[in-house]
Design a protein around this ligand. Structure first.
Ligand code: SF4
Length: 212
């Protein structure tokens, strides 16, 4: 098409309210995430590869407005290859339901994709090795909000050693995306006294989510 004709065609589209000629659709992102999951599934960039049963990449809505980010797979996740299953996963689903979200509305991933032995915290070197995978997931999904659960995930994402309280007290930013921090569901299962403050965190998150 000659340049002038192309310009006229673009003008016509613009005048008819069509401002984007190409927008990634679900299948693009789904296929890309599946491709990357397969590509990285045999990753051995850090020692966590040696003890894993399954690489736990992440799952959910590729066009999610919110991503949930945890720390690392646990036993159930390692066995199933899925993030947040078992008791902590069930509680996460209840937490989401409490703010009118289904698990299928969000995308769920962890900082590290392989289970640390005995569920210990992932080492700094392991987190550093694995972070590029999460950054790439965020780049593809481009969520509008990040809900980070637990101290290790918050410290890693935001690059500090501050307390959970410090993280919960304000909205942060990562890759230009607002970051909300609350308790990890596994922590809430251990200490029910944290359920009330966690509910307050979720309400603050929901208030802003509903404005999207
Ligand atoms: S935790 Fe991440 S960096 Fe380490 S082996 Fe697993 S996928 Fe690779």
């Amino acid at each position: 098409m000659p340049v002038n004709a192309l310009r006229q065609y673009l003008e016509m589209l613009k005048n008819n309210g069509i401002k984007e000629l190409y927008k990634p659709i679900d299948t693009d992102k789904t296929a890309l995430l599946a491709e990357l999951k397969a590509k990285y599934s045999s990753c051995d960039k850090c020692p966590l590869s040696q003890g894993r049963t399954n690489f736990v990449y992440g799952e959910g809505n590729p066009n999610a407005k919110a991503m949930i980010i945890g720390e690392a797979p646990g036993k159930e996740e390692d066995l199933s290859g899925r993030p947040f299953v078992g008791a902590a996963g069930n509680l996460l689903e209840k937490m989401l339901l409490a703010i009118n979200l289904q698990r299928t509305d969000v995308y769920i991933a962890n900082i590290v994709k392989c289970r640390p032995p005995q569920n210990r915290d992932p080492e700094a070197t392991e987190r550093l090795a694995c972070m590029p995978y999460l950054v790439e997931q965020i780049e593809i999904i481009r969520p509008k909000m990040l809900l980070v659960v637990g101290l290790v995930a918050a410290q890693t994402l935001l690059g500090n050693t501050n307390t959970l309280q410090w993280h919960r007290d304000k909205v942060h930013e990562f890759m230009g995306i607002p970051v909300y921090v609350t308790y990890h569901p596994a922590a809430l299962l251990r200490n029910s006294n944290w359920k009330r403050p966690a509910w307050e965190d979720l309400q603050a998150f929901q208030k802003d989510y509903n404005k999207l």
